[in-house]
Design a binder for this molecule. Structure first.
Ligand code: GUN
Ligand code: ZN
Length: 448
C-alpha cells in the first residue's frame, strides 16, 4: 500500500489503477425529508474506492482495507468529509461579471445589468475567457455539474461546452431563446432560434458528458411561435433538458398574464407548449398556486430553489413544504448573477433561512441531499450521477469541517454528523472545499 503525495490540479495519476480515498463519507439514496433515516449512507471512517474514474465501492475503511491490493493508492483525508460533487440546477455563466450589481428588482436588473453584459458573448474570445473563469469557480466551490444558461449567441454555447469538455465535467447548457421584449442586439427569431438550437443539439448533446438544454429565457421574451418551436425540439429529442424561469417576481407574473391572456397561470404558458416534462427545470417557482405545483409533479418537471437570488432581487420566498407536499422534484440553484454566491454551501445557508421565515424546516441532511442527489433528480440524471452507487462517475468534493478558525472552534462542540453538516452549511463557503474531483481526477485543490 502506498500513500502518494496529493496530486496537483489536473493530475491524471489518480484516474488509472485503484485509488482509495479515506475519510468521512456521506451520500444519499433518497430524500431524507421523505425516506427518513434510511435515505443517507454515512461511514465515519470510510473508504471511497475509485477505478477508471468511477466508483467501485463506498464502505467502512476497515472492510475495504482488509481486501485491498498492495498496488492500490491510498489518499488519506483523515477527518475531512467526502460527498458527491454538488449539482447547481440553475446558473448563468455570462453573468459572472455582474454578480453583486446594486439596487434593482428583476425586470430593471435585466435591462440595466444583464442584457448589456450578455451582449459581449457574440465574441468567442470573450466567451471562452469567461467560460474558463466560470468553471474554475464552480470547481473551487465543489460544484461538478450545473445547468447553465449561455446567451442568445451560439458561440457562447460552444465556449462553455468546450471548456467543460476539457475538464471532463457533466454540464448541461443551452442557447437562450429570446425573440421579443429585449434589445435588438440580443434578439433571435422563432426560426433562427430553432435552427441554431437544433444545430447545437447535433453538435454537443451526448458528446462526452455534455447535455443540451433547450433554453427559452422566460415566457415574456418569447413569442407563441418560439415557445411552440421549443416544444418541437423537445418532441424530437426526448433526452434533451429544458431550462427556464417561472413565477419569480410579481411584475414579471403580471406581465406574463398580459402577454398570454388565454393562460390560466404563468406556468400554464409552458404547459400549453409542451415544455413540462422530466428533465425540465424551472428556476424560482415562487408565485405558483397549488394547481401549478400539481402539474409540475404530474409532468416530472422540477423546481430550482434559488435562495440567494430570491433574497438579493427581492423576489419572494420559495415554499419548500408546498413543493414537497406535491412531490415536485427540487434542486438548489445559485442563479449567479442574480444570486450572490457560487457556493452551494452558502446557498444552502440562505435556503435554510428562507425556510425559517416561513416556519419550515430544512434539516442539514435534507440540505445536502438537495445539493447532490436532489439536483441529479431535478435534472433527470439520477441514473448517471448524484451519489456513490457502484459505477457512478467519481465526481466528489472533499470538505474541510475546520476550514476557518471560527469553523474549527465551533466544530469542537459539534456532536455527530448532523451538527457538523449544519456548521459546514451555515459557515462554509469555498474555503471549506479542500479538493474537487471529476471522474476521479483532481480538478481543484485549495492552496494552504
Ligand atoms: N428571468 C429572466 N431572465 C432572468 C435572469 O437572467 N435571471 C433571473 N434571476 N431571472 C430571469
Ligand atoms: Zn436565472
Amino acid at each position: 500500500m502506498t500513500v502518494p503525495a496529493a496530486p496537483g490540479p489536473g493530475s491524471r495519476e489518480v484516474a488509472s489503477g485503484l485509488t482509495v480515498y479515506r475519510g468521512q463519507i456521506l451520500h444519499f439514496l433518497d430524500d431524507p425529508a421523505v425516506a427518513g433515516e434510511g435515505a443517507h449512507v454515512y461511514h465515519p471512517d470510510g473508504a471511497l474506492v475509485v477505478q477508471d474514474g468511477r466508483i467501485v465501492r463506498a464502505d467502512d475503511w476497515r472492510e475495504v482495507a482488509a481486501s485491498l491490493p498492495a498496488s492500490a493508492n491510498v489518499i488519506d483525508y483523515a477527518r475531512q468529509l467526502l460527498v458527491p460533487g454538488f449539482i447547481d440546477t440553475h446558473i448563468h455563466y455570462p453573468q459572472s461579471d455582474i454578480i453583486a450589481s446594486y439596487g434593482e428588482q428583476l425586470l430593471e436588473w435585466l435591462e440595466r445589468y444583464t442584457f448589456p453584459t450578455e451582449r459581449r458573448f457574440d465574441d468567442p474570445v470573450h466567451a471562452r475567457e469567461v467560460a474558463a473563469f466560470f468553471l474554475t469557480e464552480l470547481l473551487r466551490n465543489g460544484t461538478t455539474t450545473a445547468a447553465v444558461f449561455a446567451t442568445v449567441h451560439p458561440e457562447s454555447v460552444d465556449a462553455i461546452f468546450e471548456a467543460a469538455r476539457e475538464r471532463g465535467m457533466c454540464i448541461a447548457a443551452g442557447k437562450v431563446l429570446m425573440d421579443r421584449n429585449c434589445p435588438e442586439f440580443l434578439r433571435d427569431t422563432a426560426e433562427s432560434g430553432y435552427e441554431q438550437s437544433a444545430a447545437l443539439i447535433e453538435r454537443w448533446h451526448g458528446r462526452d458528458r455534455l447535455l443540451y438544454a433547450v433554453t427559452p429565457r422566460f415566457a415574456p421574451t418569447s413569442t407563441d411561435r418560439q415557445l411552440e418551436l421549443a416544444g418541437r425540439l423537445l418532441e424530437a429529442h426526448d433526452d434533451v433538458l429544458l431550462q427556464s424561469h417561472v413565477a419569480e417576481n410579481h411584475d414579471e407574473v403580471r406581465w406574463a398574464a398580459e402577454l398570454f391572456p388565454w393562460s390560466r397561470s404563468y406556468l400554464d404558458v409552458y404547459d400549453h407548449f409542451g415544455l413540462l416534462r422530466r428533465g425540465a427545470v424551472y428556476a424560482h417557482c415562487i408565485h405558483l398556486d397549488q394547481r401549478d405545483r400539481q402539474r409540475m409533479a404530474e409532468s416530472g418537471a422540477a423546481m430550482s430553489f434559488c435562495a440567494t437570488s430570491n433574497l438579493f432581487l427581492g423576489s419572494g420566498l420559495f415554499d419548500l413544504d408546498a413543493a414537497r407536499a406535491h412531490g415536485v422534484p427540487v434542486g438548489v440553484g445559485t442563479d449567479v448573477g442574480g444570486g450572490t454566491s457560487f457556493s452551494m454551501l452558502r446557498t444552502l445557508a440562505e435556503s435554510y433561512k428562507v425556510a425559517q421565515l416561513a416556519r419550515q424546516r430544512l434539516s442539514p441532511l435534507a440540505a445536502f441531499y438537495l445539493a447532490t442527489l436532489g439536483g441529479a433528480r431535478a435534472l433527470g440524471l439520477a441514473d448517471h450521477l448524484g451519489n456513490f452507487a457502484p459505477g457512478m462517475p467519481a465526481d466528489f468534493v472533499v470538505l474541510d469541517p475546520a476550514a476557518t478558525p471560527l469553523m474549527a472552534r465551533r466544530m469542537e462542540r459539534a456532536e455527530g454528523l448532523v451538527e457538523e453538516l449544519f456548521v459546514l452549511m451555515m459557515l462554509g463557503d469555498d474555503r471549506a472545499v479542500a479538493a474537487t474531483y471529476v471522474m476521479g481526477e483532481e480538478r481543484w485543490r485549495r492552496t494552504p
